[in-house]
Ligand binder design. Structure first.
Ligand code: EZ4
Ligand code: CO
Length: 410
């Protein structure tokens, strides 16, 4: 038995807000877990500080499964992003500790490497085609070998995933950080305009960059099932790696209709948080990729369970990895992705330089492939002095209105 000695939550905002759980054991090891829930960060902080951390002191750090079940079942109130992000942080910190105690990189405890590296995709975007092409070239120059494509829609002023200015610091398209301020930014949306525009964009991208480059697209929950079916069908000639979040999937049966109409591969799940959210999607093979983050889905223990279930149906991983996943959450995704058999692709955006000063990482990105590195544990350390220099800042995700003013999914 190795007991947990201290448990604390560190909130820091170097380039955006991050919530990190930091556990220490009696033998002096430090384990980290990511608990960042974009735009609702302090809810998870309170859940951890008020309800979870007091339960951890004195527990055996090596009983990961038992601790997971204890936190999930003893709360009585199950599931939900806040609960599952809090459990995820504890779970990942315990895996970090166990792997450090074993003197091995975490992926070794998950079964060892199933591949040499993890294919990553980056986010290219532009307000129009010339900007988009520049962004794709910029990503190819950085080594990316798979690219998500998002573009402005004529007549709309702001569209999800499209950089407001073509080039932010260091070649990073910095549209992701939630807008800092006391009220969310408003964006506009017109589904018919989007559906008219997008196939021509993919036609142009294929003509410019050829047939081989894996291309992805995120519809960000905006379409009805019949609209999603139409888009998937229209994009078939352009051989997408996946179409993501074509329609909101609280209603899992809605995907049956989309599936019947298109062979474009489908990815879903970044807003999901348990295996139950995927039950019909996986069992009926309605999707091709699981988008859950380690950070939002109960940690390595629970996401592995989902991915093992998915493997029985030839469904692969596409673990969520935007910049609102901290380097701790990203490292956890990389160890898991390296170990499982049904790895698909890993989303990866570089964090800003201040974030890299707060979180020291050992994972690498070389020629389009990520690797978690071979340090014992997760391979990420938190510089608490640096973290202390960037206090929490209130920030909200944007929201969306149709042209007649109706609030829409964003
Ligand atoms: O908008 O993580 O595929 N990636 C995404 C992300 C989400 C943000 C929300 O916090 O859709 O960029
Ligand atoms: Co997405």
């Amino acid at each position: 038995m190795t007991s947990i000695q201290t448990a604390e939550v560190v909130v820091t905002s170097p380039d955006r807000n991050f919530v990190t759980l930091r556990l220490t054991t009696e033998d002096g090891l430090v384990g980290l877990g990511d608990a960042t829930l974009n735009g609702r960060e302090l809810a998870v902080v309170a859940y951890l500080r008020e309800h979870v951390l007091p339960l951890l002191i004195g527990r055996d750090a090596h009983r990961i499964e038992d601790t997971w079940q204890f936190l999930y079942r003893s709360a009585y109130w199950r599931r939900g992003p806040v609960t599952m992000a809090a459990i995820a942080a504890v779970d990942v910190a315990l895996w970090d500790l166990k792997a450090q105690a074993a003197g091995m990189p975490l992926y070794q405890l998950l079964g060892g490497a199933s591949r040499t590296g993890l294919l990553a995709y980056g986010h290219a975007s532009g307000r129009d085609l010339p900007e988009l092409f520049d962004s794709i070239r910029d990503h190819l120059d950085q080594g990316y070998q798979a690219i998500r494509v998002q573009i402005g829609v004529p007549g709309l002023t702001a569209v999800y995933g499209v950089a407001a200015s073509p080039r932010a610091g260091g070649g990073r398209y910095d549209y992701e950080p939630a807008g800092r301020g006391a009220y969310p930014a408003e964006e506009d949306w017109d589904t018919r305009a989007y559906l008219r525009h997008l196939p021509a964009v993919f036609d142009a991208v294929r003509n410019e960059f050829g047939p081989e480059l894996p291309l992805l697209h995120d519809a960000h929950h905006r379409l009805t099932p019949i609209q999603a079916a139409r888009l998937g069908k229209a994009l078939e000639p352009y051989d997408l790696f996946w179409l993501e979040d074509a329609t909101p999937a609280e209603n899992q049966q809605a995907l049956r209709l989309v599936r019947q109409h298109t062979t474009t591969p489908l990815a879903i799940g970044e807003v999901f948080n348990t295996i139950w959210d995927y039950q019909e999607l996986i069992r009926e093979q309605l999707i091709d990729y699981v988008r859950s983050a380690v950070t939002h889905t109960g940690g390595i223990t629970h996401l592995r369970r989902i991915l093992d279930f998915a493997a029985q149906y030839q469904i692969k991983s596409g673990i969520h990895g935007p910049t609102d996943i901290s380097p701790v959450g990203m490292a956890a995704a990389l160890h898991l992705g390296l170990a499982i058999h049904n790895f698909g692709i890993q989303e990866y955006m570089k964090h800003g330089t201040r974030t890299d000063q707060v979180f020291h990482q050992t994972f690498t990105f070389t020629d389009g492939y990520l690797h978690p590195g071979d340090q014992p544990g997760l391979g990420v350390t938190l510089d608490t002095d640096q973290a202390g220099q960037y206090p929490y800042e209130q920030a909200y995700l944007p929201y969306n209105r149709l042209t007649d003013g109706t609030i829409h999914d964003w």
